[in-house]
Design a protein around this ligand. Structure first.
Ligand SMILES: O=C1O[C@H](COP(=O)(O)O)[C@@H](O)[C@H](O)[C@H]1O
Length: 262
């Protein structure tokens, strides 16, 4: 993964605030150039902290929220409003506080929704989300997934990203953009996730994480580990891949990535 850029911040709070500022800048620039923009949100502690910082930032008003498409990289297949759903957390952190167009907020289905809770429900939810993506793709995207402007991802200490876990069926998926995930090693067991081929349709992929528990996975991914054992190693954007880390998450990288001592 030679073309990835790495930015290391002194701490988790500063990283979240800086990522929020970076996101405002990127979305404003894209809207100025194209009229509208798209962002794919991640769940997890760092991803939600970024949204909270964005809510608190006066600069958030620079974004035209009505001209933004919001997607998710993965979802925990739980009832609507469940506090563990990535959508619930993103709404509380940001989306309920800014004038987004509800029709452009593309949440993945809930387990008490139209597809029900049975064994096939998560598969149906994944297929439905693939249809949503296909419906939003334009000819210039050259495929059934939009070329997302910014796609943010967290990661697990064992190397999962979105809900693509090491050596799981999702990491081998080459055809479908969205899959159901069963028996996730991290609760809840049933999830819906973009696949690596869909993630790689994004113009920019931002990998955001903090804490020492992520340091091995970060170092291995940047050293070129294989994506089957370490799915996050397969996450990259078509134009840019950015790793946004705090010092702890970056602590096992070589000196080249370390910030100067202060
Ligand atoms: O379950 C999930 O976890 C990962 C990482 O979360 P973190 O709290 O350890 O940073 C997240 O990227 C993913 O979206 C989420 O569903």
């Amino acid at each position: 993964m030679t073309d990835a850029q790495v930015v290391v911040y002194p701490g988790a709070d500063l990283l979240a605030a800086a990522c929020a500022a970076r996101l405002v800048t990127r979305l404003v620039d894209v809207q100025a150039a194209k009229g509208s923009a798209s962002v794919v949100l991640t769940g997890g502690g760092t991803g939600i902290a970024i949204l909270e910082q964005l809510r608190r930032s006066p600069a958030r008003d620079a974004v035209d929220w009505s001209r933004l498409d919001v997607y998710w990289g993965d979802e925990r297949f739980l009832p609507a409003g469940d506090p563990e759903r990535n959508e619930t957390q993103a709404r509380a952190a940001l989306l309920d506080h800014v004038p987004v167009d509800p029709a452009r907020v593309h949440a993945m289905a809930a387990s008490d929704g139209e597809f029900g809770e049975d064994a096939e429900a998560a598969e149906a939810a994944a297929a439905a989300y693939a249809e949503v993506l296909a419906g939003r793709a334009v000819p210039e995207d050259h495929g059934p997934v939009p070329a997302f402007d910014v796609l943010m991802l967290g990661l697990g200490g064992e190397g999962h990203t979105a809900s693509i876990f090491p050596s799981s069926p999702a990491v081998y998926e080459t055809r479908r953009p969205v899959v159901a995930v069963r028996n996730s090693p991290k609760p809840p067991p049933t999830r819906v996730s973009l696949t690596l081929p869909a993630i790689r349709r994004a113009n920019e992929v931002w990998l955001v994480t903090t804490g020492e528990a992520k340091a091995d996975a970060v170092a291995l991914a940047l050293a070129g580990a294989g994506e089957v054992q370490l799915p996050v190693a397969g996450a990259r954007g078509s134009r840019r891949t950015l790793w946004l880390l705090d010092r702890s998450a970056a602590s096992k990288l070589g000196r080249v990535y370390q910030p100067p001592l202060s």
